[in-house]
Design a protein around this ligand. Structure first.
Ligand code: SAH
Ligand code: SF4
Ligand code: F3S
Length: 460
C-alpha cells in the first residue's frame, strides 16, 4: 500500500497591518487563519510579504486620506519587490474598504483586492481570482451567510495576547447614533450562536487563554436562542463561559447603556470571573446633545444605571467614551458633560473631537462647532479625566489585588501582569508565574500603570 503524499504548499508570507478597534484586531487574526491553509505564514515585515492586508478604520478624522497615504507607501514596497521579480498581492480590508471600496479601486489601481468586514471568509476565492485575473477583485457585500459559519477554527494562540484573547460574539449596529459610521460599515446587529462562541472559548482556554474579552459593537445586545426558541442574553452567555474550567476572567466590550439588562447588572454581583471594570460609553452629559446624538437615554438614566451597577458590584470601575463639539453643542452642554464626569468618577476614558463622517445624519447638520473651540473643550475634558485616572490609580496603592501575569517585564527578573481594572502591573517575579493569577500588593501608581510586589513577600 502506498501512502498518499500531501502536496507541499508553496511557502508564502502574509503581513497584516491593523488600524481601528479591537474588532479589527480580531478580524486580522482570523484573516491569517483563513489564509494559513493556502500556505501563508506571518512575514517579518511588509517587504518580506507575498500578500499585504491593510485592515482599515473609518471612525474619525481623515480616515480615507490616511489610507491613501499608507497605500502610497505600500505601493513603493510592491514596486521594489516587483523589481526583484517577486509578486505582491495588496489588499485593503475593514471599514474604509466597506465604505469607500470603489474610490480605492479608482484612486489606487495597484490594489489587488478590496473586501469588507463581513466577507473575509471568502478570502481564498478572492486570492485565487486575483492571481488569475487582471484587474482588482472587490467583495464588500453584506452576505446572507455569516462568516462565522465558514471560518476555520482559530489558530492558537489566536492573537498576540494568547493569555488574554478577544472573542467576537456580536457585530454590527442598529442604533444609528447621529455621528457614527459603524452601522454603515459593519452592517446590522447580528449575534453569533452560543455553541460557536463556547466552542471557540474552549479552544482558546485549551491553548492557554486565562482571560477572554467578549467583543461586539454593542456586545450587550447579544442574543442567543434557547432550543424552545426563547431568547438568551449576554448574562446567560457569561454564566455559560464561566463554567469553562481554567477560564479565570471574563470581560465584555463595548456596551450601550440602553442594553444593560437587569440580569447583566446582576451578573456583576454573582459572577466572580466577571472583572469589576466596565467600558460604558456615554458620549455626553447634556440631554439636548444625547437627544441630538440619538442615544435614546438621558444623562440621569446613565447616572441611575451606574448607581445600580455599583450597588451590584461596589468595587466596579468605569471607563467611557466622550465626544466634544457634536453639531449644536453649546458651552452649557459641554459643562453638563463635565458635571456628569465629576458625578460619576471614571477610572479611565477616551475622549474625541467630533469628526464629521460622510453619510451620517450629523455630518452635514447645521451648528458645526469651530475647530479651536473643539480643541479647547477636549483639553479641558481630558485634564479632568486625567485627574480622575490618577486619583483612581492612587487609590489602588496599598490594595492587594489578583493580577494575571501575562509576560516578561521590561527588566530581567521582572514580569508584567494585568489588574482587574485593566491597568498593566509591573513586579519582580519569576517567569514561571506567567499564566497564573496571583495576589499582588500594589506599591505605586504611575500614569497608565501600577507596580506591585508579590503578596507572600511583603505588602505596603
Ligand atoms: N459601539 C460603541 C462605539 C464604537 S466607536 C458604542 O456605541 O459605544 C468608539 C467611539 O468612537 C464612540 O464611542 C465615540 O465616542 C467615538 N466616535 C464615533 N464616531 C465618532 C465621530 N464621528 N467623531 C468623533 N468620535 C466618534
Ligand atoms: Fe456607533 Fe452608536 Fe452604534 Fe456605537 S451604538 S456603534 S456609537 S451607532
Ligand atoms: Fe473603526 Fe470599523 Fe472598528 S470604523 S472603530 S474599525 S468598527
Amino acid at each position: 500500500m502506498s501512502l498518499a503524499v500531501k502536496p507541499s504548499l508553496p511557502a508564502r508570507r502574509l503581513h497584516v497591518i491593523t488600524r481601528g478597534c479591537q474588532m479589527n484586531v480580531y478580524d486580522s487574526a482570523r484573516m491569517a487563519d483563513v489564509l494559513a491553509p493556502l500556505g501563508y505564514a506571518p512575514a517579518a515585515g511588509p517587504d518580506e510579504a507575498d500578500m499585504i492586508i491593510l485592515n482599515t478604520c473609518h471612525i474619525r478624522d481623515r480616515a480615507t486620506e490616511k489610507v491613501f497615504s499608507e497605500l502610497g507607501r505600500l505601493r513603493q514596497v510592491k514596486m521594489a519587490r516587483a523589481a526583484e521579480g517577486r509578486a505582491t498581492i495588496l489588499a485593503v480590508a475593514g471599514c474604509v474598504a466597506q465604505a469607500e471600496g470603489q474610490e480605492i479601486l479608482a484612486r489606487a489601481p495597484y490594489v489587488d483586492i478590496v473586501f469588507g468586514p463581513q466577507t473575509y471568509h471568502r478570502l481564498p476565492e478572492m486570492v485565487a481570482q486575483a492571481n488569475r485575473a487582471a484587474g482588482a477583485v472587490i467583495d464588500t457585500d453584506f452576505p446572507a451567510e455569516s462568516k462565522f459559519d465558514f471560518l476555520p477554527d482559530a489558530a492558537a494562540p489566536q492573537t498576540a495576547g494568547g493569555l488574554t484573547p478577544f472573542l467576537t460574539i456580536q457585530e454590527g449596529c442598529d442604533k444609528f447614533c447621529s455621528f457614527c459610521v459603524v452601522p454603515y460599515t459593519r452592517g446590522a446587529e447580528a449575534s453569533r450562536p452560543a455553541a460557536s462562541i463556547l466552542a471557540e472559548a474552549r479552544r482558546m482556554v485549551a491553548a492557554g487563554a486565562r482571560e477572554i474579552t467578549l467583543l461586539g459593537q454593542n456586545v450587550n445586545a447579544w442574543r442567543g436562542k434557547q432550543p424552545g426558541g426563547a431568547a438568551r442574553s449576554l448574562a446567560w452567555l457569561l454564566h455559560a463561559l464561566a463554567d469553562i474550567p481554567g477560564l479565570l476572567r471574563l470581560r465584555y466590550t463595548t456596551s450601550h447603556p440602553r442594553d444593560m439588562g437587569d440580569d447583566l447588572i446582576l451578573a456583576h454581583a454573582s459572577l466572580p470571573q466577571l472583572m469589576p471594570f466596565l467600558h460604558l460609553p456615554v458620549q455626553s452629559g447634556s440631554d439636548r446633545m444625547l437627544s441630538a446624538m440619538n442615544r435614546r437615554h438621558s444623562a440621569d438614566d446613565y447616572r441611575r444605571l451606574v448607581d445600580r451597577l455599583r450597588r451590584a458590584r461596589p468595587d466596579l470601575a468605569l471607563s467611557s467614551d466622550f465626544i466634544v463639539g457634536h453639531p449644536g453643542e453649546t458651552e452649557a452642554d459641554f459643562e453638563a458633560t463635565l458635571s456628569l464626569v465629576r458625578d460619576t468618577g471614571f477610572a479611565q476614558a477616551f475622549s474625541f473631537k467630533y469628526s464629521a463622517r460622510p453619510g451620517t445624519p450629523a455630518g452635514g447638520a447645521p451648528g458645526q462647532v469651530p475647530e479651536p473651540e473643539k480643541d479647547r473643550r477636549l483639553q479641558s475634558l481630558q485634564a479632568l479625566l486625567r485627574e480622575q485616572q490618577a486619583a483612581f490609580n492612587a487609590r489602588c496603592v496599598g490594595l492587594t489585588m489578583p493580577v494575571l501575569i501575562t509576560g516578561p517585564g521590561r527588566h530581567p527578573g521582572q514580569v508584567m501582569g494585568r489588574a482587574p481594572y485593566l491597568q498593566p502591573v509591573h513586579l519582580v517575579g519569576p517567569a514561571a508565574l506567567i499564566g497564573q493569577e496571583i495576589p499582588v500588593c500594589i506599591a505605586a501608581a504611575h500614569t497608565n500603570s501600577l507596580s506591585g510586589v508579590l503578596k507572600e513577600k511583603a505588602c505596603a
